[in-house]
Design a binder for this molecule. Sequence first.
Ligand code: SAM
Length: 281
Amino acid sequence: MLAEQDFRYIQDLVRERAAIVLEPGKEYLAVTRLDPLVRRAGLGSLSELVAALREEQTSALHEEVVDALTTNETTWFRDVYPFESLRSHVLPDLIERKRLSRTLFIWSAGCSSGQEPYSLAMLIREDFPELDHWQISIVGTDVSAAMLVRARAGLYGQIEVNRGLPAHLLVKYFHRVGVRWELDGRIRSMVRFQRQSLMGPWANLPLMDLVLVRNVMIYFDTATKRQVLGRVRDVLAPHGYLLLGSAETTLHIDDAFQRHGVGPTGWYRRKQGSPVRTGQG
Ligand SMILES: C[S@@+](CC[C@H](N)C(=O)[O-])C[C@H]1O[C@@H](n2cnc3c(N)ncnc32)[C@H](O)[C@@H]1O
């Protein structure tokens, strides 16, 4: 059971910290996600949990509640097509544009347990040997501390490696550790993970050549999506690429972006003439 005022408190907390909109009617979700936390914290009920939260502005418990209400669904090479477009168009174009500086800056925002940035790292290692001597920076960020612990560990269960990971890459880049699979250090070392809410201050990020914000903003309202996309534009190099989830778009939200590509292989770039932050590109 969740009292109305307690649900409202939780709604406000997750909206403020992570922009996640917990619609009325989603009380069951709060109950199922927070019950384990109530028990772990040695509390008797959800209302006791909310009472404990109300005592302070911010605490580890606040973070854990936000964490528990994130949805972390992800797979390797999710949706296939975006990775095809990275292979056939986006990365070749970036390589051509960056051949003098020999650097690539890539950001996977809302990276969950790491499958997205690690898929990218494997794609680069497998298909672009010319990048072996480039400085490749892939950063994965997420609001969930628990997901970042998992991402950094690079350990995945059998069900997880069965989801989207081609068998030859499992054989080549993973070792069995008990009942789990550990991703090889060659790939793990290509990705740096960092805690960051898209709602909070953003770390000092370099200008990015490629930004992936996939299946993260589906939980945000339109005003928040607009705000986040505006900030993404600020960190995107003039030639930069943005990839969203297959059901997501910038259309009618931020018209400074333009969609390119056909069918399911689309990506976004800033329209010519839209303002650009100066700096390394
Ligand atoms: C559904 S997963 C998507 C993972 C991956 N991008 C993909 O497409 O497979 C969404 C991730 O976004 C994170 N997230 C949600 N709200 C966030 C916010 N405000 N700031 C940063 N990450 C957020 C969640 O913790 C979760 O791990």
